[in-house]
Design a binder for this molecule. Structure first.
Ligand code: NAD
Ligand code: TYD
Length: 335
């Protein structure tokens, strides 16, 4: 049995990871540490909460005493760090909490990993640490870091701290750098869920700038399968890029959503561009494919269609986010 501290497990990717992993493995004992910020939603974890190898603790990864206590109490030997402030637009409005959670929080976890001799520390990072590409070029693991937003800078700092802990203390750190994810339980501030929900509510769809910014979209389960693969077989001190060769301009995604929902393109509204908006991300996943045998399994059109259906059939989930009721779930379960 592996005692694994999974931070940020109530967020979009972390909750999908836990539901995915606990449905197929009983050799993982999962201890979730999540601050339940606006982005944390315990209702994402209803499918897993009754399992005996599921434990939830509300708290901050930058709380050193709490982190050390959990390492002792659960005899933690593995860490998967999903916890982070994750939205670029929010980081432009105010960067302090990004530094605190993403940089300081990761540092506190790394210090605990050192103190308690962890056997693996997986840092969930992002392709945004590499910066922006023009119409050609691709990010490999050797691309120099050039983060442009405060969010990306905080993630790059955390990566560098993690790699320094590997180099200096020999902590068995591995890093994944994935491109944009989509799928169930994504918080409706991000492009795809926001556009689906606005379409359903008859609201305008705000497209930044000319809508030609390009992202490489990965279905969340493909990302989580990559996290599992790197966690199990990744080589200490190594970085693994994760992408799905699905480059798409934002406007194409928005039109696809409208078409799937039978709505008019008149709902699109071009709005003022994001400050410092990265133009294009494209990721080369050859390393994880060749060295660890991972490859994306989901076809973009099908997985997008499934995602749109999920938001249609789980209207109650996102309506409870809009009303704020989702934040009561912790009290009803643990209060
Ligand atoms: P999210 O915002 O949906 O969830 C983040 C979770 O972390 C929330 O449950 C929140 O409560 C928790 N959290 C935040 N600060 C915390 C703190 N100080 N202590 C404890 N918990 C805290 O984010 P996400 O989209 O699920 O992203 C998860 C991770 O994956 C992040 O590290 C992000 O940088 C990375 N990532 C995201 C994407 C993407 O497309 N969403 C792509 C690549 C990498
Ligand atoms: P987002 O989902 O915020 O992810 P990231 O900024 O981490 O890539 O945004 C994806 C793309 O969609 C990005 O180019 C910004 C754009 N976007 C819009 O055009 N309108 C919106 O309302 C949002 C949230 C994003």
């Amino acid at each position: 049995m592996k005692n694994i501290l999974v931070t940020g497990g109530a967020g979009f990717i972390g909750s999908n990871f836990i539901n995915y992993i606990l449905a197929k493995r009983d050799d993982y004992n999962i201890v979730i540490l999540d601050k339940l910020t606006y982005a944390g939603n315990l209702e994402n974890l209803i499918a897993s909460e009754a399992k005996k190898n599921y434990h939830f603790i509300k708290g901050d990864i930058s709380n050193k005493e709490l982190v050390n206590y959990l390492f002792t109490k659960f005899d933690i030997k593995y860490v998967i760090n999903f916890a982070a402030e994750s939205h670029v637009d929010r980081s432009i409005l105010g960067s302090e909490v990004f530094f605190k959670s993403n940089v300081l929080g990761t540092n506190i976890l790394l210090e605990a990993a050192r103190k308690f001799s962890v056997k693996k520390f997986l840092q969930v990072s992002t392709d945004e640490v590499y910066g922006s590409l023009d119409s050609d070029g691709i990010f490999t693991e050797d691309t120099p870091l050039h983060p442009n937003s405060p969010y990306a800078a905080s993630k790059a700092s955390a990566d560098m701290m993690a790699l320094a802990f590997h180099h200096t203390y020999g902590i068995p750190v591995v890093i994944t750098r994935c491109s944009n994810n989509y799928g169930p339980y994504q918080f409706p501030e991000k492009l795809i869920p926001l556009m689906i929900i606005n379409s359903l509510k008859g609201k305008k769809l705000p497209v930044y700038g000319d809508g030609m910014n390009v992202r490489d979209w990965v279905y969340v389960i493909d990302h989580n399968a990559a996290v599992e693969t790197v966690f199990e077989n990744g080589k200490s001190g190594e970085v693994y890029n994760v992408g799905a060769n699905t480059e798409m301009p934002n406007i194409k995604i928005v039109k696809l959503i409208l078409s799937e929902l039978g709505k008019s393109e008149d709902m699109i509204e071009f709005v003022k561009d994001r400050l410092g908006h990265d133009r294009r991300y494209a990721i080369d996943s050859t390393k994880i494919e060749n060295e660890l045998g991972w490859s994306p399994k989901f076809n973009f059109e099908e997985a997008m269609s499934q995602t749109i259906k999920w938001f249609l059939t789980n209207k109650a989930w996102w309506e409870r986010i809009i009303t704020g009721e989702y934040q009561n779930y912790y009290e009803t379960q643990y209060g």
